[in-house]
Design a binder for this molecule. Structure first.
Ligand code: FE2
Length: 304
């Protein structure tokens, strides 16, 4: 479930092999991040200042409107955070445009986020909690079947960032899809096609987001996204799923390392760790070469 690339191997990455690994549900791990971290001064600023200026669950830079969200502290603080995350996001993008070029074509660069708080024991609601295993759904509004790719960097000076997983989407759907109420009504394949009204609503929200309302996208929806959200909530609400040993894996990502994964594909929870960068990209479904493995195809296809 984890494919590791040493600094030497990073020099000669094969983009198609990397894309295939991600699509299969591998976590692609770089023990030494191939993307540079911000300068020591900037990192220190984020680590010291952000905990007290955090106004939402996360601090996120939205490149489409060149704005940072979730930070208090006035314009000087917001401007500096925005500048750091903007430069960091450009570095991540530059690396991924080479490393996974086939998936990156016509992607949407979503958000660049810094996580200033210790993940263990955050007092978040069940559905917002990162400590409960889940697949991502709705993190950047509706995706309509497009994929959620995330690139992580552990910026802590000494602490691992620890994840657990219960397996990939197709595996977990087979085991829990029926209990989650995801089985198609007539027991056969289902259509996830969007009607005219849904498409018009989505276009309207997309336009609002482009005009400077970054949160507008969060109001978007689609048949696919509603099913994904239902599965996401089922996973987080279900003690049986959270506690099962079936498919259970634990991963420790050391300081200075980076990893990327389709977070709509690989179930995950972050159970501890602090000071991470998380960059999110929405990958067109049509860029995926292994269509049958995508959550869209799985939800459309055979009943669980
Ligand atoms: Fe997540």
């Amino acid at each position: 479930m984890v494919q590791t690339y040493s600094p030497k191997e990073v020099q000669s990455l094969d983009p198609l092999a990397l894309c295939d690994a991600l699509e299969r549900g591998e976590i692609v791990h770089f023990p030494r991040s191939p993307v540079p971290f911000p300068s020591p001064n900037d990192l220190e600023f984020l680590k010291i200042e952000m905990p007290r200026h955090l106004r939402r669950k996360n601090i996120s830079y939205h490149p489409e409107v060149d704005r940072v969200v979730g930070v208090g502290g006035g314009a000087p603080v917001r401007d500096r955070v925005g500048a750091i995350l903007k430069a960091h996001n450009a570095d991540v993008r530059g690396f991924l445009e080479r490393a996974i070029e086939p998936l990156a074509r016509t992607w949407t660069v979503a958000t660049s986020s810094f996580r200033p708080l210790q993940e263990r024991g955050r007092a978040l609601s069940a559905h917002a909690s990162n400590e409960r295993v889940h697949v991502d759904a709705g993190a950047y509004g509706a995706t309509h079947g497009n994929r959620i790719l995330r690139f992580f960097m552990n910026a802590h000076s000494s602490e691992d960032r620890v994840w657990i997983s219960k397996g990939t989407f197709p595996e977990v759907y087979r085991r829990y899809g029926r209990a989650a109420g995801l089985a198609p009504g007539d027991g056969g394949p289902r259509s996830l096609a969007e009607g005219w009204a849904n498409r018009s609503y989505s276009r309207l929200l997309e336009a609002a987001a482009r005009m400077g309302v970054p949160m507008a996208r969060l109001a978007d929806t689609s048949p696919y996204d509603r099913l994904m959200r239902r599965f996401h909530n089922f996973m987080k609400d279900s003690p049986g799923f959270q506690e099962t040993s079936e498919g259970h894996r634990r991963f420790a990502f050391p300081p200075g390392s980076a990893w990327m994964v389709f977070t709509d594909m690989v179930t995950h929870a972050c159970v501890s760790g602090q000071h991470a960068f998380i960059d999110t990209f929405i990958i067109p479904l049509s860029n995926c070469r292994q269509a049958a493995l995508t959550p869209y195809a799985v939800l459309q296809g055979v009943p669980p």
